[in-house]
Design a binder for this molecule. Structure first.
Ligand code: ZN
Length: 392
């Protein structure tokens, strides 16, 4: 089960002076290419699901594949939701299996960015989920991802970063020091002095967005100045595109599968070279040993309904309670059931799947405030047994 807490993974990189890659998963072939690269380099890896990419795939359908890839891996993996647009989008991502979230409010003025990020942190931390904030603004220039980041570059200020991190409680801070989303135009000029000042002022790891197009030497300097997570997407897409173009040139009448045949390998090759430069190759075993595993948890109730209620009345209340409970942050899904044998001690079951033990504990702590769903449920129940279960 190599899913690990994202904050543990990034903190390990920060303490040991290397950076983990958060690679944009554009489709299944990218997912496989990225995982093959991480396995071959024995590297920890972050699978990055970028909300603007959801135009190209159904997030709820892709996520089971992403989770399965992470669980099958022999290297540590975390799953991050990137550039989300709202608290509701972050809740949805967590429910779908992301254990890190970044809701991008960096284009807003400082105080608004701070308050909105604080709300994300409150919700996500209750679920045990890592939060990245962004201060300053990393614009888009050219390439697949550029159009989603309009506007001018705004540098991160070290003084503002201190207040922002303290008051929001973010686990990791994305900074703007000269990189751009998408492809660079001309030689990138990075403000290392600014980055060093931010690093010295903070105790949290830093993240860089817009890693595509930087040189090995630039990456090494970023890492030496506190960068422990690098978001990388455009160069993977460019490598995939080159492969498709070469296949078309070689065989203009090539069938779909043959045109796409090199995408996985192109993504793998690009990701492998990053993992080596960033120093995370060969780190899988120590990261697995030192990071908490990311484990789901369940709350199970076996019960009988009160004799005064008809089964159809009970079913109607249960349906409504279930809909309300499913909206609770950190609840993945809810299963209700009835025993096949009619003569058992308990006839009904309720199984609530939580994304983590933290989410289950938070649910218990606030269950008095949940109001209707809880009251409605317990108004049904006669004899019962409840169990809290964690993955083993
Ligand atoms: Zn970004």
């Amino acid at each position: 089960m190599p899913l690990v807490h994202l904050s543990d993974m990034i903190n390990h990189a920060y303490r040991h002076h290397y950076a983990v890659g958060a690679f944009g998963v554009a489709n299944l072939q990218f997912l496989e290419g990225i995982m093959q690269a991480a396995e071959s380099c024995r590297s920890p890896v972050v699978l990055n699901l970028i909300e603007s990419h959801f135009e190209g795939y159904n997030f709820d359908i892709l996520m089971p594949a992403v989770t399965a890839a992470a669980r099958q891996a022999t290297v540590p993996v975390a799953i991050n939701f990137d550039h989300g647009t709202s608290l509701a989008a972050a809740e949805r991502a967590i429910r779908a299996g992301c254990n890190g979230v970044m809701v991008d409010t960096s284009a807003l003025r400082f105080s608004e960015n701070l308050w909105q990020t604080r709300d994300i942190v409150t919700m996500a931390h209750a679920c045990g989920v890592t939060v990245e904030g962004e201060l300053g603004y990393v614009p888009g220039v050219e390439g697949d991802n550029a159009k989603n980041h309009p506007g001018e570059l705004a540098y991160t200020s070290a003084a503002e970063a201190v207040g922002y991190v303290e008051r929001t409680g973010v686990d990791c801070l994305a900074v703007s020091i000269g990189t751009v989303h998408g492809r660079m135009k001309g030689a990138p000029k990075l403000d290392y002095a600014r980055l060093a000042k931010i690093k010295d002022a903070l105790t949290v790891p830093l993240a860089i967005h817009g890693g595509s197009g930087l040189s090995p030497d630039q990456f090494r300097k970023l890492i030496a100045n506190g960068v422990a997570k690098i978001n990388y997407s455009t160069a993977l897409a460019d490598a995939a595109n080159r492969s498709i173009r070469e296949n078309i040139t070689a065989d203009r009448k090539g069938v779909h599968n043959s045109l796409l045949a090199g995408v996985r390998g192109a993504v793998r090759g690009e990701a492998e070279s990053c993992l080596r430069i960033w120093g995370c190759g060969g780190r899988a075993a120590e990261v697995l040993a030192q990071c908490r595993p990311w484990q789901e948890a369940q709350h199970l109730v076996l019960y009988n309904v009160q004799s005064a209620l008809s089964e159809s009345e009970a079913a109607a209340i249960m349906r409504e309670a279930k809909i309300s409970l499913e909206a609770t942050p950190g609840v993945r899904n809810i299963h209700t059931g009835q025993t096949i044998q009619a003569d058992g001690k308990y006839r009904f079951s309720l199984l609530v799947n939580f994304v983590s033990q933290s989410a289950l504990l938070a649910y218990h702590n606030q269950s008095a405030q949940l109001g209707f769903p809880n009251k409605a449920f317990w108004s049904l129940v006669d004899e019962h047994v409840t169990l809290d279960i964690r993955e083993s």
